[in-house]
Structures are given as structure tokens and as C-alpha cells.
Design a protein around this ligand. Sequence first.
Ligand code: HPA
Ligand code: ZN
Length: 328
Amino acid sequence: HDVERIVRGLPKVSLHCHLIGSVQAATVVDLARKHGVPLDGGRTAENLFDHGSYEDLDEFLRVLDVVGAVIRDVDDFRRVTYESLTEGGAAHNVLYREIFLSPPGHPGVPYPTILEGVRAGMRDAEVDTGIRSALIVGLNRNDTAASAVELVETVVAHRADDVLGIGLDYSEAIGPPERFWKAFRMAGAAGLERTAHSESGPPHHIETLLDLLGCTRVDHGYHVVDDEAMTRRCVEERIPFTCTPVSSDIGRYSGSGDGSHRRIREMVDAGLVVTIDSDDPPMFGTDPTNDYRVLAHALGYGLDDLARFSRNGVEAAWLDEADRAALR
Ligand code: HPA
Ligand code: ZN
């Protein structure tokens, strides 16, 4: 109805969306058939994305591995990127997206193959819908610090204008941020932007992100509000936080799985620069319109409040002033 139409039509900027997490279940099944690989444990399009099981992040990451393993050749990457940017982006009036890639999530696939396919999808999506996009390479914190360094070396060796920076994802419980200081320092020296996930981590992890890893954004960052001084600092420095209401509610970080989105409300009330996105849309049964709508409903936000999340996205995007102005 009306609210749906208005929220869908609101211009959006998407800064926290993982490619592997944005593949529709039917596409996963298709690609598995194409490559002749059985889907692990008798999974089907109907039961592949079982949101109820993701309270345990490890179970979520296992499903992510199933998806990543069927995206193998240039055309696979082109297809999933195109679908994510068109049906999963432009259809919700997403004007610009910075896509998280996870090269370690596609075992055996050379980085240039990923880039070639993803770029073709980005190009086709822009031609067909006008959506613009760029890339962030996510380091996997379940891997060693040495493999993170290797991945940054690979990214730098294949340096390209549309790869704007690096991120840090997968399990915070396994890989604390400080372990990856060297990879982040190398990325910084090569002129890459930096962000990192801090969803369940304590406020001092955010200090590590800013001061040791050189991050200019924080993904999630819900625990910043547990520390008044850290909150004040992030307000003063206008550090953007890329929040994901639905995925974090299911993962029980943004409130307590009760739909209250309490931490996001506290972050907004504190004056932090908050953006809204879906993280892994089909895996969490959501999409860009739904995340805005859910948050508006839970926190009583009106159109002005929602538009502010989009404006924050324009400010937080890793674009130069001319490209930023084009989004306003
Ligand atoms: N959390 C952590 N790492 C990830 C996610 C996520 O939701 N999606 C892809 N990598
Ligand atoms: Zn994420």
C-alpha cells in the first residue's frame, strides 16, 4: 500500500551488503545444478535460508559457504551481481551500492575471475537501471593474519579504480580486530579505504578499528553506545555506522532479538551518523525497502528520519565530491 510505495521510492545508498549474502535461493539451486554439485545436506531453495537457525553465527557462516562455493565462473559472478543490483537494489531505488566481496568465500576461484564477472554485472546493471556501484574486499577474520596480508597483496597487485577499500568480516569471536593490523596498514599505504565489522564486539574494539586499523567507517558498531566517551568521539568525528536492522535483530545484536532495535535508536539519539542496509538480504528474508520499513515501524520514524539515513549514506560513501554531489 501507500507506506510501502513511499518507502520503496525513497532514494537509498547501500553501504553494507555482501555479494554472497545477496544471492536468491533459486539462483543458488540453479548454479549448483549447473556445476553438478549437490547442495550440502539435502538443502533446497525452500529450506536453504532458515533465518531461525542464525542465532548461531557459525550456522549462518556455514550457509554462506554453501552459497559461495557455487559461484565459480565469470558468468556466475556476473549473474549474481546483476541480480543483486537490479531486483535487489535498483527496484528499491538504491542509487548507489558499495558491494562487499569475499574472495576467500569462493575456494579455488582466482581474484581476477571474481573481478571480471562482478564488473560485468555492475556494468550491465548500470546500463539497464542506472544504479551505480563500487567494491569493498572483505578480509575473512576466521583466516590467519598472514592470509589477510596475502589477500591485500592480491588486491593491490590488481589495483582498480572501482575497488575502493577493504573490510573485515566473518566471526568476531574467532578473529579480534588487532590481529589484522598489518593487512590494514598495507591497505592504507596503498591508498585503500578501510572499514570493519564490529557487531558483537565491545566498545574498545571500535577504538582499535579507528586508531590501529585506520577505519573511517564501522560496520554495525552497536556496542559503541555502551561507552559514553567513545560515543562522544564518534559523534565529533562523524564516524559512520552501517547498521542492518533485520539481520542484526535475527542475529540478536541490535536489540535482543525482540524487534526493539534499541541500540540503533540509542545511536541515532546520541547523534551518531547511522546508515541503514540489509547485510545479506535473501538470507535474512529482507530487502532495502523492508529494512527501512521495519525500523520506521519499530522506532516510530517518519519520512524525514528515513531520508536522513539516506543522506548519511551519501556522506559516508567512499566517493569524491563530484560523485557524491551526483547522489544528492
Ligand atoms: N556477518 C559477518 N560476516 C559476514 C556477514 C555477516 O552478516 N555476511 C557476510 N559475511
Ligand atoms: Zn555484514
